[in-house]
Design a protein around this ligand. Structure first.
Ligand SMILES: [Zn+2]
Ligand SMILES: [Zn+2]
Length: 549
């Protein structure tokens, strides 16, 4: 392969994000000189990057090859698949393709970022809509997932057919949407599938994910138990089927529906614009909900992941027009996203401390996952009968486990890959042929920086060590200030000692304070740091500032 990584007479796959980590899915297919992007997702900030809000896959590889990129195809509207669009799509200058509900949510994002008109957004017919982009013929295949319009893509190429699952599950009672049937998927398999590129999220789950229909029954039973109590259900705003279910549960249990959270308002709006949630009962405002008898209201609220500014958190902290009191009930109709356990625990503890009853999916069947467990994976393998399995959407352990599982289920070949591996799917034996640089970017305030760059590395050190600032006035004067250091009763004494040590260290230099500038600053830095270690047992980050530039 040529150094410039232009795909020639071959079919390539390359993940820039989402393979070897959760979230920020960005996948590329290469063929006959062209790259096709599937999804452009993001993740929410991680504790390892303090003070940052969002994470993105570094698009450097494709930014250097935009002339060969022919479009960005979006499978569905979850943030880990579309979240990075407002940050990168305008710079890429590439058209986007999505089904109506997904496109509408993308459009709202573009509006918020003032990018309407700067990004071309094409709406693809929801059921089996198709487009030809260069050597790729792409057909949308609806599959069940925890959002409206989850889609797989059948990508036909001169080298064979790819079935890119997107996020999916099997659900014979999905409440919203009509997923492709076993017969349709078998027919796709009958025509021959070269490669199945498949969601790995729940490969460790030995059970099938379960149906939204069962959640309807579970929620109906659970809400029905709490007569005379105010019931709040928290769920992912984008789970349109769950909202539909909660509307029906409210009606069946004689409760009025009240919705708390901006993202819920937005999703309901977009869903109704696209023909979903048409029979959602009319909602009541906060004041009306509070005036109703306790047993006559069902609240749906955002914040089930412990987000501090979301409705549930504010209700827990009694900082919201809606309130709960002892004996009321909160149902978590959601799963804990890994990494959010502490934040969720914090809110659960506040609620429990106030006497509010908490119910999770471990006590009652009030949630199912949107990703396939092993029985579902096995069923799809059997219908599609691919020659190659290529697991995506998961951490390293998930991708490797699905590779093993696929081979065990009889798929002839499986390729474990990670972000940056260029995998050749055809011609010849599939496998990694090259590796390119990938990485993470983070949104720090309004600025996008490398996640593992100097700024974030220093942020982490400052959080751990604190900062010691040494100011030299150029005439022998020294001022020291600690920032984020322990302020015990010896602190003032430490500062005096450290200032004296710095003066002494500079005095010892040949030429004293008139010695070379970098010698003076280095002597001052070491002396101040040593003094700090003597006092506190820790070495703070130390910066020396010299007056006069
Ligand atoms: Zn996803
Ligand atoms: Zn998803």
């Amino acid at each position: 392969m040529k150094k410039n990584f232009t795909p020639e007479d071959e079919l390539l796959f390359l993940a820039l994000g989402g393979s070897g980590e959760i979230g920020m899915n960005v996948n590329l297919y290469g063929c006959q000189g062209k790259w096709l992007m599937v999804d452009l997702g993001m993740s929410f900030g991680a504790a390892e990057y303090p003070g940052t809000e969002l994470m993105f896959a570094d698009p450097e590889f494709i930014e250097g090859r935009l002339k060969d990129l022919i479009g960005i195809v979006l499978t569905h509207a979850h943030e880990d698949h579309i979240g990075a669009i407002p940050y990168f799509a305008a710079d890429f200058g590439m058209p986007l393709y999505a089904t109506p509900f997904t496109a509408d949510l993308i459009l709202r994002k573009l509006e918020e970022a003032r990018l309407v008109g700067k990004v071309k957004l094409h709406i693809i017919e929801e059921d089996h809509g198709s487009i030809q982009l260069g050597p790729f013929n792409i057909t949308y295949i609806p599959l069940a997932h925890s959002i409206a319009e989850g889609n797989a893509l059948v990508i036909d190429t001169p080298y064979g057919r790819i079935f890119h699952t997107g996020d999916w599950k099997l659900d014979d009672d999905p409440q919203v949407g009509i997923p492709a049937t076993e017969a349709e998927l078998t027919a796709i398999g009958d025509e021959g599938v070269l490669a199945l590129v498949c969601d790995s999220t729940n490969v460790f789950n030995p059970e099938a994910s379960g149906s939204e229909g069962a959640v309807y029954a579970g929620l109906l039973e659970e809400v029905g138990k709490h007569t005379g109590k105010r019931v709040l259900v928290t769920t992912f705003a984008s789970n349109v089927a769950r909202l539909q279910t909660l509307g029906a549960v409210a009606e069946r249990t004689g409760r009025r529906l009240c919705v708390a959270g901006r993202s819920l308002d937005r999703i309901i709006d977009v869903a109704q614009d696209n023909g979903y949630l048409e029979d959602l009962p009319e909602t009541v405002d906060f004041a009306t909900a509070m005036a109703l008898p306790r047993g006559k209201v069902l609240i749906i609220a955002t914040g089930g992941q412990g987000e501090p500014r979301a409705a549930l958190s504010r209700i827990a902290e009694e900082n919201h027009q809606l309130s709960l009191t002892s004996g009321d009930v909160v149902l978590f109709s959601s799963r804990q996203i890994p990494g959010n356990e502490l934040a969720i625990g914090r809110i659960a503890n506040i609620l429990a401390g106030r006497g509010i009853t908490l119910v999770t999916d471990r006590q009652s069947e009030i949630h199912v996952s949107g990703h396939p467990g092993r029985p579902e994976l096995k069923a799809l393998y059997g219908w599609l009968r691919p020659e190659i399995l290529l697991p995506v959407h998961g951490e390293v352990r998930h991708l490797h486990e699905q590779t093993r599982f696929g081979l065990e289920c009889g798929i002839p070949q499986a390729v474990a890959q990670k972000n940056g591996d260029i995998v050749r799917l055809a011609p010849g034996k599939p496998g990694k042929i090259a590796e390119v640089r990938t990485g993470r970017l983070v949104l720090d305030g309004d600025i996008i920086v490398p996640a593992d760059g100097d700024a974030i590395a220093m942020r982490r050190r400052l959080a751990r060590d604190g900062l010691l600032v040494v100011v030299l006035d150029g005439a022998g004067g020294v001022k020291i200030e600690g920032i984020g250091l322990p302020l015990d009763e010896d602190y003032d004494e430490f500062v005096e000692e450290a200032e004296a040590d710095v003066r002494k260290a500079i005095g010892k230099l040949r030429g004293g304070s008139a010695a070379k500038r970098d010698e003076v600053t280095e002597a001052a830095r070491l002396a101040a740091r040593r003094a700090a270690q003597r006092w506190s047992g820790k070495k703070p980050q130390t910066r020396v500032i010299m007056a006069g530039g």
